[in-house]
Design a protein around this ligand. Sequence first.
Ligand SMILES: Nc1nc2c(ncn2[C@@H]2O[C@H](COP(=O)(O)OP(=O)(O)OP(=O)(O)O)[C@@H](O)[C@H]2O)c(=O)[nH]1
Ligand SMILES: [Mg+2]
Length: 430
Amino acid sequence: MVGRLTEDQMDILENMIGSSPKSFKLLYSITRDGRSAADFHQRCDNQGPTVTVLYNPRGSIYGGYAGVSWQSSGGYTADDTAFIFQLLFSGKRVVNTFRPKNVSKALYFCHDDSPHFGAQDLKAFSKIVSLNTDGTFNLNGKLAVGTYYHSNNVTNENINNGIMVVTEMEVYAVSDEARKSPPKGTAWRKTPNLNAEYTSKMTEELSLIKPQSGRGITDFRLLLVGPIAAGKSSFINTVMSAFAGRVIHKASVGSSDNGLTNKYMPYPVRQEDGSCLNFRLCDTPGIGEHSAMDVVNLHFLLDGHLPNSFQFSHSHHVSTKTVGIPIVVILTKIDKLHEEIEDNLADIFKCQEIKAVVDQVSETLGIPPNHVFPVKNYHSEMETEVDMHGLALIALRKLICMASDVLEERISGSEDSLAESTAITESDTA
Ligand SMILES: Nc1nc2c(ncn2[C@@H]2O[C@H](COP(=O)(O)OP(=O)(O)OP(=O)(O)O)[C@@H](O)[C@H]2O)c(=O)[nH]1
Ligand SMILES: [Mg+2]
């Protein structure tokens, strides 16, 4: 198993360590090797310099570098090369290094502790970690940078979102060798150039797809479900824009604590000549603490029980029955990941940071990475942008193909009563 650290992140750590090119070899992974301090010490004691990396479910990555080997005993140990760092905060690249202010107390060695920097400036966990039902790990350690490490006025909340929960924790051995990096610019997902020729080929191809005849089904219904302000309505506008050849603002978009969309609304999509395509993009209210879109309503929606324009409210529920519906994740707002992406959208499949987020989403939701589609929606643009269309159409094609496969299966399979074929899309923020 190779670890989760991307080449870009290794480059950043290499610079922080600062002496020469570095290689990183995964020694310990909490998901692979066990969640006890004994599991950590068995793999990481006497291994020379190491870097510990914590990945939390809010999209933050942080950890610590130790320039000397971890040991099972010895208490406070000096290390003038140690530091605590952050690489990502809430999905955004935030790079900071926190150096020791008390070098003699930079590390703390104890058989009961996993990596422990300073006086719990960063302690991952003690003894054994409990596993949450969603597969995350409740580290019982602490992040309190500022005691024996300089905090540089960054709050701990702004490093770990105030939680010691992780989806993964890794410890790498760091050695003085140059990495055999994949050549820069290698794409992690093969896609054609996202140019005008490609988008026009895609729009033509998608305009020809129809539900299989035999059930009176006239269109595919593609359901957008996700948190408030994830960009569900914006994605609908982006797809509409790709087919219309101009920027469309049909679905209402904006930011509101309780969610902006408050209806289930299936939008038809039109081509430049005004003709409707054989699918509808179904907008729904965002899921959130104060939203009327709760689990009960979501189940009914998935069962196809909600009429068009159904107005969601906390007191208005329908009835239940569940069907297996394929899921595709539309990963919105990738332009917010870092500035270069905004300018080079066509290169996102070469960007290791996007790959890391795609892999993380895939792992967290238990769906294959090739069902996760990064997109950027129209938000401030005045003119159409062909690469944005390309990304949205790639996602749309997968949605329609999956809906078509399910429909075909159901038509050729048992004669159960099926009113319409639905593929569900989860939309999430990067
Ligand atoms: N930068 C950026 N902003 C986006 C993107 N997609 C959506 N937005 C912005 O995010 C905000 C919320 O977008 P909406 O499309 O209204 O989100 P929603 O999921 O429909 O939200 P609700 O209807 O409230 O659940 C708006 O201000 C959009 O302009 C994107 O890809 N990039
Ligand atoms: Mg909306």
